[in-house]
Design a protein around this ligand. Structure first.
Ligand SMILES: C[C@@](CO)(OP(=O)(O)O)[C@H](O)COP(=O)(O)OP(=O)(O)OC[C@H]1O[C@@H](n2ccc(N)nc2=O)[C@H](O)[C@@H]1O
Ligand SMILES: Nc1ncnc2c1ncn2[C@@H]1O[C@H](COP(=O)(O)OP(=O)(O)O)[C@@H](O)[C@H]1O
Length: 289
């Protein structure tokens, strides 16, 4: 039976400006998304079993039907052109509630994989529109390239930011996105910028001060990381990151990270590792034919 293994990477928000709020409560934002080479690993195998979708292992604290992987698979089910089921295995490495988009990435990876394995033949635009129903961050992972994002994060324009090494730091807490967006002290009126300025200006993250005030762990980790340079928050947190020109420098700071926090040294990627692996798999299928 056919199978496909794909990485499901994390993203960073290099800056995050909140420029307004829509009537439905969602916030209008401007951000630059870049992928990093820290990832969950997913394996998809086509089955002829009765149970259409199975997942192993289940993610602790995330019921099967609430799992974004299962929700993504259910969204594609009506487009199947064969009568096969799918067994999905996941090696979950990305922390949840970290602002690095692990759940959204898993959903997008599932859409991209099943589009092939179930021969749905949907274009990326349709997969992104389906994914948006699951979360504002899913379209960027379907798009697969670093992007300047507007709207609620779904209007994407390709950009090529530098690809430094990063030290990614996870304070010992999870930050629910909804809590930050409903905080009365959140700044929602940062003036909109043009895309031509997106990579030139030193952007900021409007969520940072709210998250620092609500989560003392994030505040402490931010102050610690700031000793070494321009520490930033990704998304609504909890993760923080700092860019370095050399991997040795990043590793030196990682060695000093207090044991209570998780840390990774990683590299910024302008093409998603999922898309690189998927394109290789598609090429190998053509060679076999
Ligand atoms: C703001 C970002 C930046 O990357 O934060 P992170 O989640 O990555 O930290 C994301 O766009 C988040 O995307 P995602 O995590 O998929 O959010 P969703 O599930 O769609 O929304 C969670 C909740 O956040 C609020 N929300 C989300 C996105 C947005 N542009 N405005 C909002 O007000 C809504 O209240 C929504 O109920
Ligand atoms: N496959 C999944 N992986 C991670 N989280 C998931 C998944 N499916 C559903 N969730 C839920 O989505 C929430 C947000 O997860 P995640 O996307 O990793 O964080 P963030 O949006 O902060 O980057 C989790 O707390 C969890 O309840």
């Amino acid at each position: 039976m056919t199978s496909l293994a794909l990485p499901s990477p994390a993203k960073l928000n290099l800056f995050l400006h909140i420029t307004g709020q829509r009537e439905d409560g969602y916030h209008e934002l401007q951000t630059v998304f870049q992928f990093i080479d820290v990832a969950d690993h997913m394996h998809f195998s086509v089955t002829d079993s009765d149970s259409l979708i199975s997942l192993s292992p289940e993610i602790p604290g995330v019921p099967f039907e609430h799992n974004l992987i299962v929700k993504a698979a259910r969204l594609l089910e009506p487009y199947r052109s064969n009568n096969t089921g799918i067994h999905i295995e996941i090696d979950k490495c990305l922390p949840m509630g970290g602002g690095i988009g692990g759940g959204s990435s898993n959903a997008a990876t599932t859409l991209l994989a099943l589009n092939q394995l179930w021969q749905c033949h949907l274009p990326l635009e349709t997969l992104a529109a389906l994914g948006k129903q699951l979360g504002a961050d899913v379209p960027i992972f379907v798009f697969g390239h670093s992007a300047f994002a507007e709207g609620i994060g779904e209007k994407l324009s390709k950009v090529e930011p530098e690809t430094p090494f990063y030290l990614l730091l996870k304070p010992n807490c999870e930050v629910p996105t909804g809590q930050i967006f409903t905080d009365k002290y959140l700044t929602r009126d940062t003036p909109a910028i043009r895309i031509s300025h997106a990579l030139k200006l030193e952007g900021h993250n409007d969520c940072l001060e709210v998250v620092r005030r609500l989560y003392s762990e994030v505040d402490e980790a931010f102050l610690w990381l700031q000793q070494f340079g321009d520490a930033k928050l990704t998304g609504t947190g909890a993760c923080l990151f700092l860019a370095f020109d050399s991997i040795d420098e990043a590793n030196r700071v990682k060695a000093a990270v207090p044991d209570k926090w998780q840390a990774w040294v990683c590299r910024g990627c302008n093409t998603s590792p999922t898309h690189n692996a998927l394109n290789q798999w598609i090429a190998s299928q053509h060679t076999e034919c």
